[in-house]
Write a protein that binds this ligand. Sequence first.
Ligand code: WTA
Length: 653
Amino acid sequence: MSNVTVFDDLLQEVREFPPDPAFTAQATAADPAIYRRAADDYERFWEDHARELVWFQPWARVLDWKPPHAQWFVGGKINAAYNCLDKHLGTPRRNKAAFIWEGENGEIRTVTYLQLHRDVCRFANVLRSLGVTKGDRVAIYMPMMIEAAVAMLACARIGAIHSVVFGGFSPDSLADRINDSACKVLITADGGWRRGNVLALKNEADKALEQTPSVRHVVIVKRPHGEPFPLNVKEGRDHWYHRLIEQASADCPAEPMDAEDVLYILYTSGTTGKPKGIVHTTGGYLVNTYATSKYVFDLKDDDIYWCTADIGWVTGHSYVVYGPLQCGATVFIYEGAPNHPGQDRFWEMVARHRVSVFYTAPTAIRAFMKWGRQLPAKHDLSSLRLLGTVGEPINPEAWMWYHENIGRGRCPIVDTWWQTETGAIMITGLPGLSTMKPGYAGTPFPGIEATVLDEAGNEVKTGSGLLAIKKPWPAMLRTIWGDDERYVATYFSKWDKKTYFPGDGAKRDEKGNFMILGRVDDVLNVAGHRIGTMEVESALVDHEAVAEAAVVGRNHDLKGQAIVAFVTVKGRFSMSDDLRKELSRHVVKKIGAIARPEEIIFSSDLPKTRSGKIMRRLLRDIADGRALGDTTTLADPAVVEQLRETYEEKYGG
Ligand code: WTA
């Protein structure tokens, strides 16, 4: 576990923050008995929350657990779009804002629940007219705009399975994901704004579409008031969203879905070169995202809630769309970059829209720290009442900065640990109940049984080990699309078939708070984005000059981890700066800008064990400039010394 950050030394000086009685007095979760009730009978706990949703037919059994496969609310019929939209139409929420969107160029659009419902119904009919039926896969490759949520909910309404691909992924990555689940339709946009430039998303998608035989139709959303730019519209295949929707009927009854019907697939990086299509089903996912949104974000009718995650990640699925809309919240979404036109853009928007609940990633917080406290200080942040973080460990220094400069010492912070696979928040404090300890994510959410185990499966009461989940939970992934064996092997084979292995290291204090120590597998967490080292290695060896590549993470002040690639080149190529740049571009082309290596280090050889396995641990030590670990199993110890020398010469170690 050498790629793990431990904050022990810092934590000794760190304060703890007991819940504020004023917050508790108004909190949705204000009675600590919630933990005991859930622990006594976790099926009952989830069932109680399921009753707060609208079902077309009640479930026959809460849980069928045939390890490692779980089914929740078996026999129940439900629809996700119905619970996000129709449920509110008979209430005063009908005319409240569901989404407030701000474009990077300053445009603002608001849709009410009633308007969103109408758009979703019309677009659902559009999808039907394009031949999409229940169970079909639909790819969504869009910038942050209201129509991305419309597209997801329209799929859900008719029982189509959406597969959202982050707009920053390359055409090759998009094509791989479309092909893996044979999507019939692609929904994209002409473009979006990012840092003052137009990202021509449809033009990117066109490159993917050359390799995706399953796609019959493409729907292009026109970004409102976007600058016109050259766009290829292929007759018969490509259609403008605004034209189709104009003609569509707004009458579209929600399809009663089986609780276990698939709601969506979302691809995430694993330890092989091929991303995994994580499969989420409908009933349990809705119950779990609803309950966590309600208690963790304490959502009230007058809140303006802003989760800064892009719709392309699981956080955008569970806590921009499905969770908060089920709660009837007003969700703020922003199209662009946090530093455009100024580095105080976020705080300007918090003040403008009176945002009250704000949820972001530690990487963003560390960037704000670097930009300086004078920027948030210029703005009126008095509307904020609750803050959250997600995606990576937060160092206590960043936590304290967030608490003081954004929360102004008044707002509880929920540090939420969860994953694409878990579908919903698993470990977190509850804002009205928990004592917050910077650097610790807190305790398992009610109904979740998390623990720390050693390699052999023995419980580690206090101290470091591997994070494990001992009981199924409603939003858990059901399988990997098309590869159930990989599901079993990845998540339920570390110890026994009943124990979920998330791939993170963790440490527990004497009060049962969990500190998440980061990935223990070959997955990096760069700026809160999961990137498989194998994925980057595959992209590198795909280039004709590369003989071999090994990718490791280096600790990084801002991004948590940065990508360092060790590369050996084929004899006829020279190890030049030009080649370094070209390899970097090649990785971006294959995967996307999020995978751009921070350093590429040429080497005449890579350190291997006698059995030929690359010793990543040593490479990590080199990349981080640490003393070398055990080198006794190395086939050729000279390789490491050589590498280290080259590295230190070049980068100062
Ligand atoms: C990491 C994002 C520490 C962890 C929702 C996990 C965290 C991976 C936290 C999942 C947190 C997420 N503290 N680490 N609060 N939240 N992680 O699938 O390593 O994009 O396994 O889901 O992010 O990333 P994913």
